[in-house]
Design a protein around this ligand. Structure first.
Ligand code: NAP
Length: 303
């Protein structure tokens, strides 16, 4: 694979940035890598594990001379960081991000950046419930999707180069406009996370089932909700604060469906329940056929 960028700067050194750093090294996609994080502690860990070639104390230092800058922090912090780095960006550089919501990032970041840089928002649809610089791994993006949401008039050469970078890191790339991205993600990620948070919260409240029983019998389905509900609280707070409209729309639909199923259970309408679950099983089949999950029993867990 050829070198696509001479110097990449990661602002934020958590799960996504560290996975990108490993994936870029695996394929030799960048000449030199630099990065910074908010806390001295995270910067020290990044130095200790040699995550990037140069760990800088400030974002301004990290972006100096970079032809690619990747914003890898919670969405709520992006506006201030964009403001801070703006005067230090090189002309012709590409600035991208990995935030899970796109329109809010565009509104917060685009006005801060000079006209001399290419701002191309992005979102890799890959992650785990773990955070921090030690949690990344090179194969996180393999066969996953990365959605780019270029703004009108985006430079096509800069866009193609960023697409090649994600492909070099193992991902498939799709282009979409930001509002559509936010609606798609409200269905596939944001609302499911809220439902998992709610279900785990409900079990926590149910005093008729003891805590030890919740834990002991969790493999019956609850365990999969707990994995999702263990995701980073700051990141997910920001997702719901910034993708408000789409999430509320899908939640409204969800509530209606839930009432319909509740009524079917109350009325003993087995045909409705059976038809419903047949349709959902077909959706699961489609996800497996598309290579986006494993067909192994219990998601491939050994126990
Ligand atoms: P993470 O592991 O919690 O890491 C976040 C990083 O951002 C940390 O290094 C943190 O530094 C740094 N940071 C926070 N505020 C900052 C600031 N003001 N200036 C500089 N650095 C700052 O998070 P992540 O999972 O990589 O998520 C990062 C972004 O990726 C989020 O926008 C999220 O929406 C998106 N995303 C996440 C996933 C996922 O599954 N996790 C998937 C796709 C996209 P400290 O450690 O010093 O606090």
């Amino acid at each position: 694979m050829r070198v696509l960028y001479q110097r990449v700067a990661f602002i934020g050194l958590g799960l996504i940035a560290s996975s990108m750093a490993h994936a870029m090294r695996r394929a030799g996609l960048v000449g030199q890598s630099a990065g910074t994080a908010r806390s001295e502690e995270t910067r020290a860990i990044a130095r200790e594990i040699n995550l990037v070639d140069e760990v800088c104390d400030t974002a301004a230092e990290a972006v100096r001379g970079a032809d690619l800058v990747v914003l890898c922090m919670p969405i709520g912090a992006m506006q201030a960081v964009a403001q801070e780095i703006a005067p230090h960006l090189s002309a012709g550089a590409t600035v991208t991000d990995v935030g899970s919501v796109k329109q809010a990032v565009i509104d917060a970041v685009a006005p801060q950046l000079p006209d001399t840089v290419h701002f191309i928002p992005g979102h890799p649809l890959a992650g785990t419930e773990h955070s921090g610089p030690r949690s990344g791994f090179a194969s996180l993006f393999d066969n996953r999707w990365c959605i780019l949401t270029p703004l009108e008039g985006c430079d096509s050469v800069a866009l193609r180069r960023l697409e090649s970078l994600w492909q070099g890191m193992g991902a498939n790339v799709d282009l979409m406009d930001a509002p559509h991205h936010d609606l798609v993600l409200a269905v596939t990620s944001h609302t499911p996370h809220l439902i998992a948070y709610t279900m785990v919260g409900v079990a926590d409240d149910l005093r008729r089932v003891t805590d030890s029983e919740v834990i002991k019998y969790s493999a019956a389905g609850f365990r999969d909700f707990t994995r999702i509900a263990a995701s980073d609280p700051t990141m997910w707070r920001d997702v719901f604060l910034t993708n408000k409209d789409a999430t509320l729309e899908i939640l409204g639909r969800f509530t209606e469906e839930l009432f319909a199923l509740q009524r079917a259970i109350r009325q003993g309408d087995g045909a409705l329940l059976h038809d419903y679950f047949t349709r959902t099983r077909a959706i699961r089949r489609g996800i497996i056929d598309a290579g986006q999950d494993t067909d192994a029993p219990d998601f491939g867990r050994s126990r």
